[in-house]
Design a protein around this ligand. Structure first.
Ligand SMILES: C[S@@+](CC[C@H](N)C(=O)[O-])C[C@H]1O[C@@H](n2cnc3c(N)ncnc32)[C@H](O)[C@@H]1O
Length: 254
């Protein structure tokens, strides 16, 4: 999987705004963003997160990427299409007995990214504790893609969910924690979930531009010396960036 992952990431190209650019210094980006904001204000009476889809292309599987992006467009996400594509391509490499677990789903963007054209089981967890708590929008999006046999959602706190995971009697093959990003939560979520990681498990950590998630991840790796390898540390200039959103680290359990 680590070679496939290199291939996926090497084949992503950012057309206008590159990872190290300040997004707003690109006139096209800025223009489209404010146009999008105006449209969102008129349609939803509030600002929506701007995913600058046209910034991203892939050099292989282009028609698959195009189809994937088209479906993702209807779901507002706190992420980018590049991150969603990475999730989708990792999940696509899992078979029907393997799983993808996403804690922190919000409106479903990162969860559904793992459900489109994949055969693995997909588990989502969110307690909708944030002020906007978009429960209805989440369920609307989730139910559009849901297959009852392999897609599951837990409406509740991630700590209890991970403590109960043992009862399922299965490992976690692909883990993405995008819940609260305090040091304590990031560390605790890795520690609890790691009871169910096995050799080859992939772990995605986002918002790694921020100190707390980065430090918690690095301390977790150091504490478990030799057990985890950093496959990619994808950086971008600032938060809400149209490349890797706010930074992404991909680990593999050795
Ligand atoms: C950054 S958002 C997730 C964004 C989402 N992954 C996406 O792609 O758009 C974080 C989510 O974590 C959820 N959350 C916060 N604390 C939680 C907890 N203790 N247990 C489960 N979910 C939690 C929030 O309700 C929120 O929806």
């Amino acid at each position: 999987m680590s070679q496939k992952l290199n291939h996926i990431i090497d084949n992503i190209n950012f057309k206008y705004v590159k990872e190290n650019d300040v997004a707003n210094s690109n006139k096209l980006y800025k223009f489209k963003k404010y146009l999008f904001y105006l449209y969102a204000l008129a349609k939803y009476q509030k600002l929506r997160h701007f995913t600058f889809y046209e910034n991203t292309e892939v050099k292989i599987n282009n028609s698959q990427f195009h189809d994937f992006s088209k479906r993702m467009k209807s779901i507002e996400g706190m992420s980018t299409i590049a991150n969603a594509w990475i999730i989708n391509q990792i999940a696509s490499g899992l078979d029907k007995d393997q799983n993808y677990l996403n804690i922190g789903c919000w409106k479903g963007f990162s969860l559904i990214a793992g459900m489109i054209n994949t055969t693995c089981k997909v588990f989502g967890v969110d307690n909708f504790s944030w002020v906007d708590a978009p429960r209805n929008e989440f369920y609307k999006n989730f139910n559009n893609y849901k297959n009852n046999e392999k897609h599951f959602f837990h409406d509740g706190d991630y700590v209890n969910f991970l403590k109960e995971w043992e009862k399922k009697n299965e490992y976690i093959d692909f883990y993405f924690f995008d819940g609260p990003h305090t040091y304590k939560d990031q560390y605790q979520s890795l520690e609890l979930a790691s009871n169910f990681f096995k050799t080859g498990t992939l772990i995605l950590i986002d918002d790694t531009n921020w100190e707390e998630p980065r430090e918690a991840t690095m301390n977790f790796i150091n504490k478990n010396s030799g057990k985890y390898k950093i496959l990619h540390d994808l950086k971008c200039k600032h938060a809400r960036h149209p490349t890797y959103w706010n930074g992404l680290i991909i680990l593999q359990k050795q």
